[in-house]
Design a protein around this ligand. Structure first.
Ligand code: HH2
Length: 285
């Protein structure tokens, strides 16, 4: 059954905005990676430097120390991507077994081309230090689309065998920029490059979906918004979503895949069913 892919986030950092410090230890990171695999992750995205607004930069040596042992342990078992902007870390991660560069700087495609691996180009306005200081666009969807298609074409021409594009939700964008990009995600999908989207636990969810008296919603309360926006993205054609909460997102991805199998012109019930009748006698609706 064709379904969108699920990329599980594994931040081997002390300061990531939602899970900082939880998986800094190699064994705990490995355990978390295996847990996400068991929950249905298709790719584990290993990162050693946080990119949340204002995050402190990490030295190359420290980033290598964080991510390489984890990639070495996970890569024989599951597909691993590395979330880095440093060429030396990208090269070392590929040598350790990663097969996808998750590149929020959208600059590392020559390394992907030279190594014959996948590359995901993300759009970001500015740098993590300054990107949320009053970001402005005339046409956010048009600008993000033009940037990503230009980078993706360059990568494809350079010989990168697998090129992903990602609108970079929360990277130099206000809540309404993020919503516009989600609403018009089909514009990116129509480019023909597979689209990756990461909304998981991000600040705009905390602002837009806060419970009464709770503005913003704490990171721990953002799972419903994360799953609903991931589902929205998958229904709009995203081929992969990057998430912290793998199990519920895997279920959503499976259901999105199942709805794609239904022939368009057949009524909701009756002859068009592709999943067969519900099991009788379970007492479940
Ligand atoms: N978002 C984050 C990091 N890397 N990569 C892609 N391709 N798309 C994203 O939307 C994206 C990304 C930020 O989330 P997280 O890794 O949880 O936080 P932090 O940067 O604080 O480690």
């Amino acid at each position: 059954m064709s379904r969108p892919l699920v990329m599980g986030v594994l931040n081997v950092t002390p300061d990531s905005f939602s899970d900082g410090g939880r998986y800094l230890d190699r064994d705990r990171a490995l355990e978390r990676g295996l847990q996400m695999l068991a929950e249905g992750a298709d790719v584990i995205d290993v990162g050693g430097e946080s990119s949340h607004p204002g995050a402190a930069p990490v030295s190359e040596a420290e980033e290598l120390r964080r991510v390489i042992p984890v990639i070495e342990a996970l890569a024989p078992i599951v597909r691993v991507s590395v979330d880095t902007v440093k060429p030396a870390v990208a090269e070392a991660a590929l040598s350790a077994g990663a097969t996808l560069l998750n590149d929020i700087s959208a600059t590392l495609w020559p390394i992907a081309a030279a190594n014959g691996v996948g590359w995901a180009a993300m759009h970001m306005k500015g740098t993590p230090l300054t990107m949320q200081d009053d970001p402005r666009y005339d046409d956010v969807v048009g600008e993000v689309h033009a940037f990503l298609v230009d980078r993706a074409n360059r990568a494809a021409e350079a010989g990168v065998p697998e090129v992903w594009i990602d609108p970079g939700i929360g990277f130099g964008k206000t809540a309404s920029h993020n919503l516009s990009l989600l609403r018009h995600l089909r514009v990116l999908v129509a480019s023909g490059f597979p689209v990756l989207v990461g909304t998981s636990r991000k600040a705009f969810l905390g602002r837009l979906a806060a419970a009464p008296g709770e503005d913003p919603a704490p990171v721990s309360a953002r799972q419903p918004g994360s799953i609903s926006t991931a589902t929205w993205a998958m229904l709009a054609g995203a081929a992969m979503v990057r998430v912290h909460d793998v199990a519920p997102t895997f279920q959503a991805a499976t259901l999105v895949g199942a709805t794609r199998l239904l022939p368009d012109l057949v009524p909701h019930f009756g002859r068009g069913s592709v999943v067969g009748p519900e099991r009788p006698g379970t007492g479940e609706p």
